[in-house]
Design a protein around this ligand. Sequence first.
Ligand SMILES: [Zn+2]
Length: 217
Amino acid sequence: MDDCCAPPPLNLGPKNSDAGKQNDVLRRVLWAVLVINGVMFAVEVVAGLAAGSASLQADALDFLGDTANYAISLLVVGMALRYRASAAMAKGLTMAAFGLWVVAMVIWHIAQGTLPSALTMGTVGIAALVANAVSFGLLWAYRHGDSNMRSAWICTRNDVLGNLAVLVAAAGVFGTGTGWPDIIVAAIMAALALQGAVLVIRQAFGELRHGKVMAAE
Ligand SMILES: [Zn+2]
């Protein structure tokens, strides 16, 4: 679910060429979406804690993964495989740790019978939708080729589905007056994210071990 959001690649041509200039603009765009996604990660974590919502925190996982992807594409893409694989490994481990944190939150909320704030969930869920739409719009001009555009669509669709799941959970919490819709949505999202994290870790591990790029599964 999370590892789909690889941004368009910087092409590392000579600085003064047209490609070099276009790269400078793309670099700025990547920094902008990195900040947007990083901020939304923090907002969803804090709001999730404040509102007693595990699904908001589960949705934060995707912003974390995307932030990591933008950081990797800005900072380590041109480096040797060892560094790229290490960065991917760090990302995978961070995602896995945070995924387990969300699982712990789910268990905690079940034990406590927490009633999350549907209003906070709804408001932040909509902000997340806007953030994903803006990120998508900012990067759209830099997508080239059918497969790249297709993967961008799939990625954004998955991001938006996550945001919509939070909104559905908010409506469910409001409608039922219980925390269960929040818990169910969070558990599904955390399971998907953990699955994604395992794939990232496995691939990075293979690359570190064999010293060559492994095909993604
Ligand atoms: Zn994403």
